[in-house]
Design a protein around this ligand. Sequence first.
Ligand SMILES: Nc1ncnc2c1ncn2[C@@H]1O[C@H](COP(=O)(O)OP(=O)(O)OP(=O)(O)O)[C@@H](O)[C@H]1O
Length: 459
Amino acid sequence: MKLARNILLVDDEASWLRTLAVTLNRLVPEAEIDTCVDSRQVINRLQVGDYALVLLDLTMPFDCGETLLAMIRSEFPNTRVIIVTGVNEVDTAVRCIKNGAYDYFIKTDKVEELAQSVRRALEVVGLERNYLHIKERFLSRTLDNPQAFNNILTCEPQMLDQFRYLEAVAFSPEPLLIFGQSGTGKCEFARACHSLYSPQAPFLTINLAGISSEVFAQKMCGHLHHNSDGQVDAVAGLLHQVGDGVLYLNEVGALPLAAQITLLDLLETRQYYPLGSDSAYPVRCKFVASTQDDLLKLHQAGQFRSDLLYRLRAHKIKLPPLANRPLDISMLINHFIAQAASEMALPAPQQPADLATKLASYNFPGNLHELKGMVFDAVSRSDGVALNISPFMEAINEHKSLTQAPLDTLVFPKVLPSLAQMNQALIDEAMSRTANNQTAAAQLLGISQSALSRRLKGH
Ligand SMILES: Nc1ncnc2c1ncn2[C@@H]1O[C@H](COP(=O)(O)OP(=O)(O)OP(=O)(O)O)[C@@H](O)[C@H]1O
């Protein structure tokens, strides 16, 4: 289930129906429009078609509009009804709204206003359907499409929860925001979302780190170039290329403020204009954005728009760092050994039984990128039987020496103390460590007991 977009237009005047269908096709291009001239067929049509919205005339032979309105609201509560009629009576309008009509228009009203109301009704139905779907999926403990997660190995319960959540929200047309350090698997999750949402359509990525607002607009929307000979060259943007697929916005936190407005506009209007063109095209893709930065903090620092932030995180996934997934380490090492051996055409060496335990205290600052790199290095250095563990031990020892360094090294404050202050601090420390035993303290300081005694008296 994606956008709610099926609309049934009901009116006994065939020519009016045709005109209305053409107008709405133009003003609400994302809608799929059917017509019905015979009021007796409306309920049958609703039973077989998945209509989000019915535009209903009031005065028709056989079943009148008000009767149909009551039937639709009771039998198809998830379908909205907008009355479009020649009856310009306040009483009738009030009665229809009270009986559940979403809106009421006179046939002579401005079509733009009707189109706006149609858009809003489709959005409301879409949101309701999404909410129900997400609730149902999330409450279920099993995955319907486990194959979508084939490339994400894990047995950590917190990650499996994220699978179920992703499966529940993948079909929503709202954006998905994936938050996690580099190498925690954000791109793999975006791909899993694509496998669930639109596996037949493209998956495209745009890296936003360092991009300028102009390049962003051009890459997204494409452009038309008007040559001097009157010819027009068109360059298709990502929004055109991706079609109904998934567009992955990598590092959205790096997007300049002006480009954030462009993105917000795309998300809100679901329309775009190629540069150099004044024709609007519909945005049909799903957006998945990733970030290593806390967007709320970026917003507080004035670097990220709050309206975009709230729009992007309609659905959000937070991926834990690898150091918090101890159950996965051994399995991931085996996975990367197999991958490395196959890519380098080498025999796959065996993982030593205690390697994962040795790595338990290592914090993997580069997450899976780092683990993968270590395994590839280890496989290339192995004899084909046992995995060479030196790349792992080097990282562990480096980590140890970095974290222990401050203990063995003097750390001076920014403003250096005077020699007299340092002397006094050393004497105080030695006296305190030896419980005020002057002989022992003098030994620690490398001076005689009488010299220490003189200094203490002087102090
Ligand atoms: N759970 C997993 N099981 C197996 N391989 C994984 C898993 N998670 C990630 N990988 C692999 O680890 C590498 C890093 O993952 P990925 O690119 O998805 O991370 P990322 O968070 O998007 O990184 P970056 O922020 O640098 O773009 C990739 O080669 C990916 O295939």
